[in-house]
Design a protein around this ligand. Structure first.
Ligand code: SF4
Length: 312
């Protein structure tokens, strides 16, 4: 019996993906938390903000979005004339599911004078009910830009608390949502990692618990981590975010060392996409993400306001 050769199998899948991509004028966009094999075939990699900007700029007629549902949905909202595919239709985000439009409407009634800022990790319907969207890279800037003092910030309470700390002149009304991956990073994990790697700086994503953020040398988005590491003279870093970032950071900084403080920083949804699913997606042009035009129109406004602010 012939032995299965994983490397040869993956090489074959990659070459089929490359051929189909060319034939269909497609582009592959991947979030920094995707599997290594997906990051390798991606035309663009980045955090939510960078990917939203890429989705707007691309000339490709077909976008294969390797990430989770809300990301592909944002790309579809921003590109109404392009076909946006999510290779695994079950790839969702537990944080985005922690808010419903009805609950948000109730909250808006309780605080009629407040502006609503929604983290991009939310559904199109929630974006449509919000004044402006934000990502973890620009949340502070977005909140500062608003004239209202009271801000309903949804759905991530840790990012909301982080914004409140940095924009004390505003009153942030928090939503009880959290990222089920970042919440797994505990204070003890960071303290242990710091003992083992005393020379390393600790970079944390703002979705982590406040106790973890207190220990951080730098709090930033995944895009911010790339920028910081590139400029830093330090050679070692403890990374407080999803495990996929380690591959991406090593690739861009081969002379530096990166440590994950716990093996539990894995987002199961982000890891659902494999080379096989990307090929399946391209071959069959599935699973197309569509948003009804009345919702898309309002959600687009929230996203475009954020993108315009990030251009300034
Ligand atoms: Fe959602 Fe957290 Fe996974 Fe990102 S890492 S997709 S916020 S659960």
């Amino acid at each position: 019996m012939q032995k299965f050769n994983d490397a040869a199998y993956k090489a074959e899948l990659k070459s089929k993906v490359a051929a189909l991509k060319k034939e269909k004028n497609a582009v592959i966009i991947a979030h920094n938390y995707q599997r290594d094999e997906i990051q390798e075939i991606a035309d663009y990699r980045g955090d939510s903000l960078a990917l939203a900007q890429t989705a707007v700029r691309t000339d490709a007629s077909l976008i294969v979005f390797c990430g989770v549902h809300f990301m592909a949905e944002s790309a579809a909202i921003l590109n109404p004339n392009k076909k946006v595919l999510l290779p695994v239709k079950e790839a969702g985000c537990p944080l985005a599911d922690m808010i419903t439009v009805d609950k948000l409407k109730e909250k808006k009634k309780e605080h009629p004078d407040a502006a609503v800022v929604c983290y991009v990790n939310s559904s199109a319907e929630v974006k449509a009910q919000s004044d402006i969207a934000c990502t973890s890279s620009n949340a502070i800037e977005v909140v500062k830009s608003l004239k209202q003092k009271n801000i309903i910030f949804v759905p991530d309470k840790n990012l909301g608390r982080y914004v409140q700390k940095n924009v004390p002149e505003k009153n942030i009304i928090l939503w009880e949502g959290f990222c089920s991956t970042h919440i797994r990073l505990r204070e003890e994990d960071v303290l242990t990692a710091k003992k083992v790697h005393p020379q390393a700086e600790f970079l944390s994503h703002p979705e982590c618990d406040p106790e973890v953020l207190k220990l951080a040398d730098v709090v930033c988005s995944t895009g911010g981590m790339f920028k910081y590491v590139e400029k830093s003279e330090k050679k070692e870093f403890i990374i407080g975010t999803e495990s996929g970032m380690i591959y991406a950071l090593i690739r861009e900084n081969p002379d530096k060392k990166f440590y994950l403080p716990t093996q539990h920083l894995i987002c199961a949804n982000m890891k659902l996409t494999t080379l096989g699913w990307v090929l399946h997606s391209l071959e069959n042009e599935v699973y197309e993400v569509k948003v009804s035009e009345d919702i898309a129109k309002k959600a687009r406004k929230s996203l475009e306001k954020m993108l315009d602010l990030s251009k300034k």
